[in-house]
Design a protein around this ligand. Structure first.
Ligand code: SF4
Ligand code: SF4
Length: 56
């Protein structure tokens, strides 16, 4: 299980700096979470202003 960023993301960048394992990065015009790096801590989801990050 990993967290993922949905279509409602407005690319504010707030989540990127919250990730303790640097799993979030800008890729191909939108922010993405590397599911192989994410440890599902949930820190990014709490930071997102539009609740675009969910566990999938
Ligand atoms: S759930 Fe935690 S480890 Fe996974 S991307 Fe979000 S902040 Fe990073
Ligand atoms: S905090 Fe939410 S809206 Fe901002 S870049 Fe991350 S996923 Fe997108």
């Amino acid at each position: 299980m990993a967290f993922c960023i949905g279509d409602s993301c407005i690319s504010c960048g707030s989540c990127e700096s919250q990730c303790p394992v640097s799993a979030i990065s800008m890729g191909d015009g939108k922010f993405e979470i590397d599911e192989n790096v994410c440890i599902s801590c949930g820190a990014c989801a709490g930071q997102c202003p539009v609740s675009a990050i969910t566990e999938a």
